[in-house]
Structure formats: C-alpha cells, structure tokens
Write a protein that binds this ligand. Structure first.
Ligand code: ADP
Ligand code: MG
Length: 729
C-alpha cells in the first residue's frame, strides 16, 4: 500500500475531540487582556488620568508613572500565571515578532524575585540585526528598539506549559525611523484625525476632538487534514500546491457556500472563538466559503489600530488551534489551483470621538451634506492614488488573485450602488430633479435616505465598494498584515479630506449648503472615471478601464514601483507617515521578499518533480513497457491473438507517458538555468524576470505534471490529491 493510501485510513480514523460546552462569552471576554478597567483597579487615580491623557492627547507619561503601570501589569500577569514577558511587534515582513524574557531578577546567591521595570515596559532592545531594514540601518548601528504602544492593550498568550505577557510595541531604528508595520499606521491615524476634524469644523462640529478609522477584516482561510499536509512538500514549504490536478468536482455546484459546517470544522471554530474572546477579539461570524474546505471568520469592527493587532493574533490562533484538531490552517492567497483563493475584505469607515460614523448619512440635512463631502474625499483619494492602494496589496501570494480572473481584479474602481449614483449624477448636473421619495435631494437641503445594505451590497466584483455605512476594500490578501493597506487608505483619504475642506473654503455660494454642493459637485465630476457599477470581471471592463486610463497592474514588482514615485514620496512625507527613506526601504524589502518567495517555490517544485513525480512516472512507464513487451512476446509466438490496434494503443500510451516525462524534465532543467541567470540580476529586474518567465514556466511544468497525475497508477502517486485534500473531511 502506498503512503498516500495509508494516510487515507488515518484521516478517516480521526476521532472528534470532545470539547466542553462553551461558557457564557460575557463571563470571560477579554480576561487575558490588560484592559483600561483592569489597569484602573491597580494604579492610582493620578497615574490613570496621566495615562488617559497620553492616549487621547499624546502627552507622554513620566518614567515614574510608567513604573507604576509596569508594576500593575506585572502583578496582573503573574497572578494569571505568566512567567515571561515579551515586546510584541510587527516587522516589515508582516509577521509578528517576539523575544521572551523571564520576569526573574537575581537578588542574591541562588535567589530571584519577579521584577519588571517601567523602563523595560517602555523600551526594549531586541537583537534585531536579522530583521530586514531595507537599508535604513547600517550594520554598525544594527540595533532596533521596541517602544511600548499604549493604544493597544497588553495580553497574555497561553500555551500548554506556560503563559507569556505580550506588550504591543512599535519597532524603530536608532534614529527613530520605523522598521515595522505599526508605527506608520499610528501616524496615518493621526494625519487622518487632523484632516477629518478640520473638515468637521466647517460643518460646525466644534466638539469633535478626534476621528479615527474603524476596520472589520473578514478573514478567509482553508483547512486541510494534517496527514495530507505533511505529505505535500509544497504546502509545507510554500503554503500552496505547486502541482496537483484539479478534481472533477471543484466549486462549480456552489454547494458549499454557507453550507452546513462539518462537525470537525465547527469544533475548530468553537475553540478559535473561545481563545479569541479571552483576548478580547470580538469574533462575530463564521461560515463556509465558496470553495470546498474554505471558511471565513469576521469580527465586529474596532478601531483600526486594534483591529490590525487583533487580526494578527487571530491568524496565529487559527494556525495554532487547527493543529490541536490535526488540521492545518492555510492562509495563503491561492493554496489550490482552479478554485477560489482567499482574501481579506477590509471594511473601513471613519468614526468620531462622539461615536458617529462619518460614512453614515445622518438624520438631518446638514449631516447628509457632510456625508457627501466625506464621500467626495473617498472618491478623490481612490481616483488619485489607486496606484498606492494596488501597491499596498502587492505580494507574491496575492498575485495569483489580482488580475487572474478572480475576485477582485487588479484595476481599482469604486462601486457606489444605484441610489447613490443617481444622487451623484444629479449633484454633478446641478439640477433639482424629481426622484423617488426615498432618495430626495433638494439643493440647499440635501436629504438622503439611509442606505441599507440590500441596496448597496450587490456588486461582489468591485474592489472598493460602498456597503451602506462603510467601504469594503476587497483586494487585500488573506495572509497579509492589514496595517499597510490601512495606512495607505488613511493617508490618501486624509489628503483628500484636506482638499475637500479647502475646496469648500474657496467655493462661493449664496449660503453654506450651496457652497458645499458646488465644491463637491466639481469633485464628483472630476473623479467620475474611478466609478464603476458593472461586472468587474467582464472583458468589456478591461477595455473601458483602459480607455479611462485606469492602471491595470498584474505584477507585484510593477505595483510596488508606486512606492518610489515622486508624487507618492511627497504625499507620505507631507502627512508624516513615511519619510522618503522609510518608503524606499519598504519597496526594497517587499521586492526582495517577492523574489525569495518565488525562489523557494521554484526550488521546491524542482525537488518535488525530481524526487517524487518523475520516479512515479518511471514506475508507471516500466509497468507499461513490461506489459507491452509481454504482449508482443505472446503474439509473436502466436500464443494469443491480439489485435494490432490493441498493441498500437499500448505503444501510443507508453510513448505519451515517456514524452510527458521528457517535457517535465526538460522544463525543469530550463527552470534551473533561469534561476541561475537571475542570480546576476538586481532585485527589481529579477522580480520582472520571475513574473515574465519563471511563473509561466512553473505553470507549464505543472500542467505536464498534472497530466501525469491523471494517468499514473494511483498506487504509485504519493502526493495527496485534490479530491482527498478538499473533499474528505
Ligand atoms: P458582509 O460585508 O459580508 O455583508 P457585514 O456588512 O455585516 O458583512 O460586515 C462585514 C464586516 O464589516 C464586519 O466585520 C463588520 O464588523 C464590519 N463593519 C461594519 N460596520 C463597519 C464600520 N462602520 N467600520 C468598519 N467595519 C465595519
Ligand atoms: Mg463583506
């Protein structure tokens, strides 16, 4: 029996783990986070007030106060069983990093106490020379510093044998440049707040002190049995299948979406939710996705900064918990060919400190007008900076989704929905027109309906869609750290909010309402090309978008070039989100990561083909050859009468197999040459070569391998097949 078949028996024998019925969520939600309430209980009123001022107004606290908070945090963590602490940060690779230190401190020979000082809370110095800096740090000052980010609560991560206190931090160089994903996000929030508060002042909202973005990321993923996973080098090394023939049944029957969730998977979901709730991650929805064995988790939205941390934590939890169920959670954007990949829809909106959603048309005409002004800013931002949005989701995994006949396309456009489109058209034309009662608009007094989701959420093909009270950016990859796309959205919208405010100030009308209308009508008109309500996958849209001059960038390397453009460098500089050096560093790191990813994939494919596919092919070839030889011998001696057509058929089959193996080997050799040639190229050129030549070559090899898989004896094929990984639960 082949190893694949052995494993099949083991998969079928997996027993469902018994799980205790979950407790009431409210009884333990957030119990592993050091919340404001917990902090308040453990420190003096004065220190707590100082901390709050720090959070809301950015005035830093004193070291003495930090000392008190550190003490309280330590006390709380130790009482919960933590023995280690770590500064938890998000380097530019998009992963999370941690370096654990014990709380213990030596007080005498053989004696220790648990200690944690304010300075250790505020700053850490991990040996960070192995994190990519994109040229920001010279090797002689390779140090990186982590600094406490008090806006995200500390939390405790539990593992079987111990607990660790994790302190969210930013990661900076000796000179204060950001080496992470988090600091730029925080800076972009500041820029956004400043611009939005400025605009709201025009609308006489003097009481608004702060505006922040809100985010609810919908996390898609696949689950497969670990037995299969372990037998697939490609999944282990690269997170996606590099070969593998699609099974006859894929997702075409659409019988999986929102289908009944299998018990094994539901158990996994329960456990993830429980772990998430302990950390204060408000998971809300879970369901089957379109592809077989594809699922989704969606949380209740939060402040973007927190949502970004929570999404990183959630992805880690999902991977960890899956293993406990002998499953593997695949977060790759395209683990399987021929069926849908996974994305992470970023639901994004703006909220003020009074709890108002700025993308929700309000109850009064003034609020409606303000909503339209914010909408104008969003449209203008996407219109002017779609290149940056595209760059923010550029990575090797996502390249298989964007622009590859799959949701969403690489052309960025905005979908608004019929109702809103009608209103915008009227505003552009400047006519008072009669529309249905539901969407009345009368200049001077804009009265808008509340947009319910049914009216706006119909276009699932749009990469940037208005869905009632928020925008949904659908191009983000499932494995991505959401900080970067959020940073870009925040920054480009901050700039446009400023522009809208300025336009309103400059416009002239008989009263405030007509002035605003005049200003935004102009913006609606000028940015019209970014709006598209139709099917984004249609061939006509490609042509139409080209006519409109909208960029359609399929390759990661080309998309990332946006980060080096003068207009973008000055935008980020002006809004103090990235300095030029910081931005260019990201360009270098992300291009480099792209190249490394493709090299790992190509080398894995090479090894799999040589050590697994070709030998299986030879085995089958041998079987065919010896069969043919025997038949020929038997006919020769006229022992058995065999039709010539039968002999010819077998000859043909054998020669087909031999040819396929030959092609596979020939292309593999070609690939090795290409990789060698690439070594002489700098990163930018190398990435281009990989996109233009390596990727198609790998696809080509795959097609031949998949043909072999379909005919080689099942017994000799050791790689788990799609039908098994995706359909046997
Ligand atoms: P769907 O988009 O699948 O129809 P929903 O509209 O219910 O589902 O919500 C999807 C996600 O959008 C959820 O995570 C939800 O919390 C988030 N969301 C809802 N309102 C906002 C908002 N104002 N800002 C950011 N995210 C939001
Ligand atoms: Mg959605």
């Amino acid at each position: 029996m082949g190893i694949r078949h052995e494993v099949l028996f083991r998969v079928k024998g997996v027993e469902l783990k018994r799980i205790d019925l979950p407790k009431k969520v409210s009884s333990y939600f957030g119990e592993n986070t050091f919340t404001m309430e917990t902090m308040k209980k453990h420190i003096s009123k004065a220190t707590f007030e100082a901390f709050k001022t720090w959070m809301s107004e950015g005035k830093t606290i004193s070291l003495a106060q930090a000392e008190k908070i550190a003490n309280a945090m330590k006390g709380w963590a130790i009482s919960k069983g933590a023995t280690y602490y770590t500064h938890w940060f998000q380097p530019m690779t998009g992963l999370t990093a941690e370096k654990h230190d014990s709380f213990i401190s030596i007080t005498g020979p053989g004696k220790v106490v648990e200690k944690f000082s304010g300075s250790k809370l505020i700053q850490g110095e991990p040996d960070a020379s192995s994190f990519p800096s994109g040229g920001i740090r010279a090797t002689f000052e390779a140090r990186g510093y982590t600094a406490w980010d008090p806006s995200s609560p500390a939390f405790i991560i539990e593992s079987k044998l111990g607990k660790t206190l994790c302190i969210p931090t930013i990661f900076i160089s000796y000179h204060g440049e950001s080496l992470d994903k988090k600091l730029p996000l925080l800076r972009s929030e500041e820029a956004l707040s400043k611009a939005a508060v400025g605009l709201l002042k025009l609308f006489r909202h003097k009481d608004v002190k702060k505006v922040f973005s809100t985010c609810g990321p919908e996390q898609e993923y696949f689950l497969i049995d670990k037995h299969y996973y372990d037998l697939r080098q490609d999944l282990v090394m690269t997170g996606r299948t590099l070969v593998g023939a699609p099974s006859p049944k894929g997702q075409q029957l659409e019988d999986q979406y929102f289908g009944t969730i299998k018990e094994r998977v539901v158990n996994f979901m329960f456990e993830v939710a429980e772990e998430a709730y302990k950390l204060g991650i408000p998971l809300m929805t879970r369901h089957n996705e379109v592809a077989p064995h594809q699922y989704e988790f969606a949380p209740i939205f939060e402040e973007s900064n927190i949502a970004a941390d929570h999404n990183q934590l959630l992805m880690e939890l999902m991977k960890k918990v899956a293993l406990r169920h002998n499953l593997v959670c695949l977060l790759h954007e395209k683990p399987f060919a021929g069926i849908n990949g996974s994305g992470k829809h970023l639901n994004w909106s703006l909220a003020d400190n009074n709890g108002n959603n700025l993308l929700n048309p309000g109850d009064t005409p003034e609020d409606n007008l303000q909503f339209l002004a914010v909408l104008a800013a969003v449209l203008r931002a996407v219109y002017l900076h779609s290149d940056l949005l595209r760059a923010s989701v550029a990575m090797a995994g996502n390249e298989h989704r964007l622009g590859a006949n799959e949701a969403p396309p690489a052309i960025l456009s905005v979908f608004l929905g019929d109702q809103l489109v009608k209103i915008l058209e009227m505003i552009e034309k400047g006519v008072k027109s009669q529309v249905s009662k539901k969407d009345i608009i009368d200049f001077g007094i804009a009265r808008l309906p509340r947009f319910n989701k049914d009216m706006t959420d119909r276009n699932r093909t749009s990469p940037f869609a208005f869905t009632g009270t928020k925008f949904e950016f659908r191009a983000v990859g499932s494995s991505q750290n959401i900080s970067t796309p959020l940073t870009v959205i925040n920054t480009i919208i901050a700039e446009s909010l400023d522009y809208v405010a300025l336009s309103i100030r400059k416009a002239e009308g008989k009263d405030f309402n007509t002035t605003v209308m005049k200003a935004i009508a102009k913006i609606f008109k000028e940015t019209k090309d970014i709006r598209f309500e139709g099917n984004n996958y249609a061939e006509e849209w490609l042509k139409e978008a080209k006519k409109r001059g909208l960029p359609n960038v399929a390759s990661t390397a080309e998309a990332l070039e946006a980060l080096t453009k003068e207009k973008n460098i000055s935008l980020f500089k002006e809004y103090r989100v990235f300095s030029k050096e910081e931005l260019i560093a990201r360009y270098h790191i992300w291009i480099h990561m792209y190249n490394l990813t493709l090299e790992i994939e190509a080398n894995t494919l090479n090894e799999m083909v040589n050590s697994c596919v070709v030998p299986a092919g030879y085995e089958y070839e041998r079987l065919l050859a010896s069969n043919l030889k025997q038949l020929l011998m038997l006919t020769k001696g006229a022992i058995v009468k065999i039709d010539k057509a039968v002999i010819n058929d077998q000859k043909e089959h054998l020669s087909e197999i031999a040819t396929k193996i030959y092609y596979v080997r020939r292309n593999i050799k070609e690939m090795a040459k290409l990789l060698e040639k690439a070594q002489e190229l700098k990163d930018g050129k190398r990435a281009k070569l990989y996109f233009d030549e390596l990727r198609p070559l790998m696809e080509h090899i795959r097609r031949h391998v998949d043909d072999l898989e379909r005919v080689v004896s099942d017994e000799d094929w050791d790689l788990p097949k799609y039908r098994e990984m995706l359909f046997i639960k």
